[in-house]
Design a protein around this ligand. Structure first.
Ligand code: 13P
Length: 340
């Protein structure tokens, strides 16, 4: 394990103005996204869509890393350049999603645990040979109106995240550790803050116990926000304050970056929240984005599977990346959505 290499890659991914594009939708998930624009999810359509994203001029100023799905890491541009090579040549680190999805946690009804630890060391060796410099593992935690998540559900997920992170660092691959508390549900922001606190506390306890180098990882948490079905939705400033309060308490300053997931927020809200959080800085860590839907939903809507819409799709994508880059400085305003 090379501590200097791990920490320099982690830092570079969240360099000034930069964040992460999460383009690692599994095939069932990208099918859902394509269904929404009536595009068939064939291997070629998936390849072409990702090619449009990755070849967008100028994104290297705002995108430090791209998370890929296994299939995408094995794909190439039309002229035969592997995507990992294309991204690396543009100064963007290629990464790989390595969990195999959240499954039911046995004997704990309503809770989930991600599979994929068996054989992970060997898979990571292959991904490294293919150019992956970082990885992602997503733990899914639901909040219900009763006792979920349980203390055990949290501990089990934290343990698996730490096992994954240690395996990555053993091979000098930077782990992005993603404990996602879902925004689905009727819970208020207070419940989200309590659960996020319990989860982050458990995750860092397990990471430490597994000897994971905090300097050589990135944390990908949810923001502290009310459930989507909660009648009371806080202001952008209140979300930022609750989120930062929670992060300050539970995320060690040694971690170089926090890259938030968007989790179902609109593109504009996700940018606005990131901006408000950064306005409250400076923080001990870089505070950035690792957005999937909040970067891509407007791009899919512009593309619609039509080659003739490619330029419009790329323009939309560059703008989203740029606005989030500006939000990293706390200088974004909603008015920027309608200019340029
Ligand atoms: P969203 O930003 O759409 O939540 O996706 C981020 C991600 O990678 C979830 O694992």
């Amino acid at each position: 394990m090379n501590n200097d290499k791990l920490s320099s890659v982690a830092k570079a991914i969240v360099a000034k103005h930069k964040g992460v594009l999460a383009a690692d939708e599994s095939n069932p998930t990208i099918k859902k996204r394509f269904d929404s624009i009536k595009v068939e999810s064939t291997e070629e359509n998936r390849r072409r869509y990702r090619e449009i994203l990755f070849t967008t001029e100028g994104i290297e100023r705002y995108v430090g890393g791209v998370i890929l799905f296994d299939e995408t890491l094995r794909q190439s541009t039309r002229d035969g350049t592997p995507f990992a090579e294309l991204l690396s040549n543009r100064g963007i680190f290629p990464g790989i999603k390595v969990d195999k999805g959240a499954k039911a946690l046995a004997l704990y009804p309503e809770e989930k645990i991600a599979e994929g630890l068996d054989g992970l060391r060997e898979r990571l060796v292959e991904y490294k040979q293919m150019g992956a410099k970082f990885a992602k593992w997503r733990a899914v935690i639901e909040i219900n109106e009763r006792d979920v998540p349980t203390a055990f559900g949290i501990r089990a997920n934290a343990h698996v995240l730490a096992r994954y992170a240690a395996l990555c660092q053993e091979l000098d691959i930077v782990p992005i550790v993603e404990p996602e508390i879902l925004m689905d549900g009727v819970h208020g922001i207070e419940r989200c803050e309590i659960v996020t606190s319990r989860v982050l506390d458990a995750v860092f306890t397990e990471l430490d116990a597994h000897h994971v180098l905090f300097e050589g990882m990135l944390l990908k948490p949810n923001m502290v926000i009310a459930g989507m079905k909660c009648a009371r939705q806080e202001s952008v400033q209140q979300v930022a304050e609750a989120t930062i309060r929670c992060m300050i308490r539970y995320v060690p300053a040694a971690v170089p970056g926090i890259v938030f997931l968007s989790g179902g927020q609109s593109a504009e809200d996700a940018t606005d929240h990131l901006n408000a959080i950064n306005m409250m800085g400076p923080h001990p860590w870089q505070v950035s984005f690792s957005y999937g839907r909040a970067l891509q939903a407007p791009v899919l809507a512009a593309w619609k599977g039509q080659e003739s819409n490619m330029a419009a799709a790329q323009k939309t994508f560059l703008k989203r990346c740029q606005l989030n880059g500006i939000a990293r400085d706390g200088k974004y305003t909603r008015a920027m959505e309608t200019t340029g």
